[in-house]
Design a protein around this ligand. Structure first.
Ligand code: ARG
Ligand code: ZN
Length: 512
């Protein structure tokens, strides 16, 4: 979520790129067609290979490559090169030895994955840094790099269904990246005078670890981070171990629920850990900058109540732990890093704190399968937050929506599903996205609306979803007319009329 100054910049309307969702990119196709389908010297029957063309049989067995390379991208409509084909990551073990000043790391990332095809080679996404070695199943593997693609050729073909490990040893000075979807800021690894934070949505995690960098390939994580003992480190997940040696402190963090790479966070700085346990046992731990201790602790005091509120709407909080690491400077935005949000001094008002909390359900657990669908994250988070503020701060949700509507009525405003890549975080996905849900609520009534939100979430816990799935739920639980209304709000150049006010703004949390 942004500070207001950023949301205020209204975009030009642009045509959405035609989706090539989960299709193979043209480059991937070329690689596939050129690849041969030979396994261990004999021609594969190729039933599972849609692009098999028989050229393999003309290669001499002694030099015949086995399997074929995994695709270098997953065909996301905004980020076709992000992520890679041919395997599915199950687990990342990331080890970082960090010197905050002068911002250097010595690192190792081990990836456990399952091959989804016979693989002669496969890619990881990594930007910058120096790769020192790559081991696949503990054997040296060849590797090469081009832009953000790290191509790895194991010494033996990985067979479809096989689980394999890839250990990448690398080092250097991680740098933030520019991303066409985030024109207002750099993303990924940031280091401000020794204070480190990661803000990776959508592509930035490749600035500090190699991965299958697309939200459709979630995995569990273990992050081990070593820093000089004068610093405090934190990362996504549960703190499971802390050791001390030679003036360096190593902490280990476990994220046992699936996590998308863009939500993986590490922080290093001068923070005080503040712990609280919810009535239901959920651990809340915040990292508070010492020089702003009272203000920040105060600002985060509503966290338990916010979690309870969203639990009432959507269902149990999805993870074992929650908290925020607050930057001791203004940032202009906040980010919903999994189990450990990133706000800053200028983004800890209740609206933003609640927004990032709501993302733990919607965005983090229930995640879009293509970046062009981002209104499903931001529109939901914005509307859920307005609902919370109506319930607990006496804010008038009708007034909120009137303001959003006025703001979105500019002729240049784009519809939430018509955004281009450069409009990934356009005000429309937040405000018109929220208005879409408000119009649906007005149309179907509170009880059915809550059931729709909850069903949408619960059908995609720890998984991916998209607008078509949401519309199918609306159609099934309400009717075609309701689904059509949602579609107009999401796609029509002109906004439908603002629905009449809800009277009185009801308390959805009371519904069963
Ligand atoms: N998803 C964030 C939110 O809660 C916006 C993050 C924008 N910043 C970034 N570095 N991607 O609204
Ligand atoms: Zn958001």
């Amino acid at each position: 979520m942004f500070g207001n100054d950023i949301v205020m910049g209204l975009p030009m309307s642009k045509q959405k790129r035609t989706a090539n969702r989960f299709g193979l990119g043209v480059a991937a196709l070329a690689v596939l067609v050129a690849g041969a389908c030979v396994v261990e010297g004999k021609v594969d029957e190729g039933e599972n290979d849609p692009l098999r063309d028989g050229t393999a049989s003309s290669l001499p067995a002694a030099v015949a490559p086995s399997g074929y390379p995994g695709a270098p991208g997953l065909g996301d409509s905004f980020y076709p090169q992000l992520g890679n084909g041919g395997y599915d990551v199950l687990h990342y073990a990331i080890q970082l030895d960090v010197d905050p000043i002068p911002n250097t790391i010595q690192a190792q990332t081990t990836i456990i994955a399952a091959a989804t095809q016979d693989l002669s080679a496969f890619n990881l996404d990594l930007a910058g840094l120096t790769v020192e070695s790559v081991l696949v199943n503990d054997n040296d593997a060849e590797f090469s790099r081009q832009d953000t693609e790290l191509t790895i050729t194991p010494d033996a073909t990985l067979l479809q269904g096989e689980e394999f490990s890839t250990k990448v040893t690398y080092s250097g000075s991680p740098m933030p990246l520019s991303d066409p979807g985030v024109p207002f800021s750099e993303i990924g690894w940031h280091n401000r005078e020794g204070l480190i934070y990661t803000a990776s949505e959508p592509s930035g995690s490749m600035s500090w670890f190699p991965s299958n960098n697309h939200p459709t390939d979630k995995a569990t994580f273990e992050i081990q981070i070593t820093v000089p003992s004068t610093f405090t480190a934190a990362a996504s997940g549960v703190l499971v171990n802390e050791t001390q040696s030679a003036r360096r402190t190593t902490t280990t963090w476990q994220m046992d629920d699936p996590m998308a790479t863009y939500l993986t966070a590490v922080y290093v700085g001068d923070f005080e850990r503040v712990e609280n346990r919810q009535a239901d046992g959920l651990l809340i731990r915040d990292y508070v900058p010492r020089e702003h201790f009272d203000v920040v602790v105060d600002a985060l005091a509503e966290t338990p109540q916010m979690i309870e509120y969203f639990e009432g709407i959507l269902g149990p909080y999805p993870y074992a732990v929650y908290g925020s690491v607050v930057m001791p400077f203004p940032l202009g935005y906040a980010l919903e890093n999994q189990t450990l949000s990133l706000p800053a001094l200028d983004t800890i008002d209740p609206l933003i704190v609640a927004h990032e909390i709501s993302h733990q359900w919607i965005g983090n657990s229930s995640t879009v399968d293509d970046w062009s669908e981002i209104w499903l994250h931001e529109g939901f988070a914005t509307y859920l937050t307005s609902m919370y503020l109506a319930e607990h701060h006496g804010q008038d949700i009708n007034e909120d929506m009137r303001r959003n509507y006025a703001f979105m009525s500019e002729p240049a405003a784009v519809a939430p599903q018509q955004i281009s890549q450069g409009q990934l975080f356009d005000a429309s996905v937040y405000l018109r996205g929220a208005l879409t849900l408000h119009a649906l609520r007005q149309f179907v009534g509170d009880d059915l609306f809550t059931t729709i939100l909850r069903t949408h979430y619960q059908q995609s816990i720890n998984a991916n979803t998209n607008t078509a799935e949401f519309l199918a739920i609306v159609r099934r639980l309400a009717n075609q007319e309701a689904a059509d209304l949602v579609e107009q709000w999401l796609n029509n150049a002109l906004m439908p009329p603002l629905p009449p006010p809800l009277t009185p703004p009801p308390n959805l949390n009371q519904s069963p």
